[in-house]
Design a protein around this ligand. Sequence first.
Ligand SMILES: C[S@@+](CC[C@H](N)C(=O)[O-])C[C@H]1O[C@@H](n2cnc3c(N)ncnc32)[C@H](O)[C@@H]1O
Length: 209
Amino acid sequence: MRNEQPETLPEPFAHDDVSYPPGLVRAFLSEYTHPGDLVFDPFAGFGTTLSVAEEMGRRASGIEYDPQRCAYIRSRLRHPEALLQGDARLLSTYALPRIDFTLTSPPYMHRDDPEDPLAAYQEPGRGYDAYLSGLQEIYRHIGLLMNETAVAVIEVSNLKKPGGVTPLAWDIAQAISQILPFQGEVVVHWEPTYGYGYDHSYCLLFTRP
Ligand SMILES: C[S@@+](CC[C@H](N)C(=O)[O-])C[C@H]1O[C@@H](n2cnc3c(N)ncnc32)[C@H](O)[C@@H]1O
């Protein structure tokens, strides 16, 4: 798939683009949703999932931790109230709608990163296992919100840097499959590459418990 964005992000985000292309969202929404369905993104980022959902006549709902990103997402949405500025780790405390489909790319972590990705890298972390457990807890609550036929997709890459490889995609697949039934993966080959050390990522598919 072409790793292409229709617009470059405004400053100060332009050098920090972690978004996937709208084409990826369109492909999954065409396959797994119908007009009117509720599409959820717990790590909304720059709002790709939510804005494509609206463009395709789906309802959008999401959470983003970073206030500046929230303001940007809201400026892109027809229904800015669809985005909660908040913390996915507190998902169980929010009044959220039932979910027909969820697609996200979580904040990534190398095994030895010192910061906590689930605090948007703004706080010291408690290690890789705590990060995976944090994601598990978030998906435990997402599972409770999923409608019977809902599908959850997590887009993630393994990470390579000079010190070695963190098999993040496989570790997240294993962690979340303890919470939600794993239905397999879609491998996406990116041109040009994302720069995480690989030219492809995995879209991990799960269903309701
Ligand atoms: C990889 S980005 C998602 C990019 C998105 N798929 C897109 O295309 O724009 C992950 C996002 O998760 C946010 N984030 C990190 N911790 C969070 C948390 N606890 N709750 C909600 N959002 C969080 C980060 O600020 C970041 O914007």
